[in-house]
Design a binder for this molecule. Structure first.
Ligand code: G4P
Length: 537
């Protein structure tokens, strides 16, 4: 797949679609909160010319957050709830940067977003090294063999020894490292980086939004830049980097075993250009995606896409929902008819949209790797596949068993029907999961983190006029249930009517007060499989 895409760029006989696909890079940034993801995003967009002044990502987030009660939660707590996408061009490449919520309570959203990228940038705070959330997100990337590029940030502040950080990455993440740049000086005495391959030096004097040139400098000349530097020690360190560190191996990177490492300071806009150049050079173009019946190659002529995110309230004047779809193959043309495979119904893609830092634009055409927003009134849900007619469903957009289960308590019992509808819509958007008990008792909602419940309560109130509370339930855990023998599954469901429910798709879920009970039930029902992750169909 990569061979096809890479050669497409240099092959004059390649189809126009293949040429467009070859220049796409679709990625996300993974990091622990505070490592500098927002700052780096701003600087990347600045490089791409998508924004004139850094500060807009944050400014925009704040502005938008004043618009609705839902966003007020975000404002109050200083967290980013929404996932969005930003498209920009740099040196011939089209970059699609998929933003992910920083707060772990919304990690389900983040995991789903990671199914739509081909590479990830891991941002590490140079003083703190690998932190818990980075480790967790990296595990998710590894499940899909997503190649990782590392940016060691905040080199302008007191930091740990660079060798020590590389060692930590290798040991705790089991990921080989290749430094592509190497920092000269530390903390306040950080003067720039050396490009390991060429020996060129980039000094920390570039203007905002530009990168200073690579200069030819001897160790003595570099050492003369700061009294704390020593030419001999510098020379020894660079020799150790060249001889002691892994050399870069593209295949190993593409397989997710090795990460190229860049050092810099997002705040000072230093090293960001090198990182972006590395992304363009090494990150893979859109990869083939697995569907239930076959693998779909990005260069195929016919359009296919899947929905990984639904976002409501993007435009407070219209109560529409925006479905974010990742194109997996072919070309989307505005106005084209697509088939929504789940329902078999056609839908007209009249107003697909691209998102930039400050605004959005109608997408006249988009190619595999691109992410478009499709405004709709509830007919698209997470995991949906769109095609030009083919009966295939992309697999791999996961649902995770919730960590918290609550019964929804309605203050006005007359509004039960409205609540049912509202919960259905919230579940389709991925705000929460909804389980409808087989015995007809009130619905349970499942979440990964408690902030999701706050968002649900706020939105039910603001958008549906429903005042709800949450009761603890006798059940703590939910597991999807399957069995190769359909009859046996029916028997299981019949025998466990008081502790089963249907999820959004009508799939059977076992509700349990404890992990012990799941094990016990499993022993009594050999052949019945309990899982805590489900691929949304
Ligand atoms: P996040 O999205 O990963 O949570 O991190 P964010 O970019 O918001 O950065 C967290 C804090 O770290 C911010 O400071 C930011 O200015 C600072 N920061 C980011 N990159 C660098 C860097 O390269 N060097 C230094 N020295 N600081 C950096 P803050 O005081 O929390 O926020 P603010 O008041 O500056 O917005």
């Amino acid at each position: 797949m990569n061979a096809i895409s890479t050669s497409a760029a240099s092959n004059s006989a390649a189809s126009p679609i293949a040429l467009e696909v070859a220049r796409r890079r679709t990625f996300a940034i993974i990091s622990h909160p505070d490592a500098g993801k927002t700052t780096l995003t701003e600087k990347l967009l600045l490089f791409g010319g998508a924004i004139q002044l850094a500060g807009h990502v944050r400014a925009k987030r704040d502005r938008r957050s004043t618009r609705s009660d839902w966003m007020a939660i975000e404002r109050e707590r200083g967290i980013s709830v929404a996932t969005s996408v930003m498209t920009f061009e740099f040196e011939g490449h089209v970059f699609n940067l998929l933003d992910t919520p920083g707060h772990e309570d919304f990690s389900e959203d983040t995991y789903r977003t990671l199914t739509a990228v081909d590479a990830a940038v891991m941002v590490i705070d140079a003083a703190k090294g690998i932190e818990s959330r980075t480790r967790k997100l990296l595990e998710v990337c590894r499940l899909r063999d997503i190649p990782i590029i590392t940016f060691i940030n905040k080199m302008d502040r007191e930091s740990r020894d660079p060798f020590e950080i590389l060692d930590e990455i290798e040991k705790t993440l089991a990921l080989d490292t290749t430094p592509m740049t190497w920092p000269v000086g530390r903390g306040r005495d950080f003067v720039g980086t050396v490009d390991v391959a060429t020996g060129g030096v980039r000094l920390l004097d570039g203007d905002e939004g530009k990168t200073g040139p690579l200069r030819k400098m001897s160790p003595a000349e570099i050492a003369a830049l700061n009294v704390t530097l020593d030419a001999g020690a510098l020379d020894d360190e660079l020799t150790l980097v060249r001889e002691g560190c892994n050399s870069f191996d593209l295949d190993s990177f593409l397989e997710g075993h090795l990460t190229p490492v860049y050092f810099g300071s997002a705040l000072r806009n230093f090293g960001v250009g090198d990182l972006l150049e590395g992304l363009g050079r090494f990150a893979p173009p859109p990869r083939a995606q697995d569907a239930d019946k076959r693998r779909v190659e990005a260069e195929e002529g016919r359009m296919t896409a899947f929905v990984f995110k639904i976002q409501a309230n993007m435009d407070p004047n219209h109560r529409d929902r925006m479905a974010f779809a990742r194109l997996c193959s072919g070309k989307l043309t505005r106005g084209m008819k697509a088939k929504l495979v789940r329902t078999g119904k056609p839908m007209s893609l009249a107003t697909p949209q691209f998102f930039f830092a400050q605004d959005r634009q109608l997408a006249e055409e988009a190619y595999a790797g691109d992410v478009v927003g499709i405004p709709n009134h509830g007919n698209l849900r997470i995991g949906d596949t769109l095609t030009e007619g083919e009966e295939i469903n992309f697999v791999g957009v996961p649902s995770f068993a919730p960590e918290i289960l609550r019964r929804v308590k309605l203050s006005d019992a007359m509004k039960a029907k409205k609540l049912r509808q509202a919960l259905q819509e919230m579940a389709e958007e991925g705000v929460v999961q909804v389980f409808r008990p087989t015995d007809g008792s009130p619905a349970l909602v499942g979440v990964v983190g408690p902030l999701q419940l706050d968002v649900l309560k706020n939105r039910l109130d603001a958008e549906y006029g429903l005042d709800v509370g949450f009761d603890t339930s006798e059940f703590q855990l939910a597991r999807w249930v399957s069995c190769e023998d359909g009859k046996k599954l029916e028997e299981f469901a019949a025998a466990n009517r008081l502790s089963t429910a249907d999820d959004l798709d009508g799939d059977l879920v076992f509700l349990s007060p404890s992990a012990f009970m799941i094990g016990y039930t499993g022993d009594r029902w050999p052949g019945i499989v309990f899982t805590d992750v489900k691929d949304v169909k």
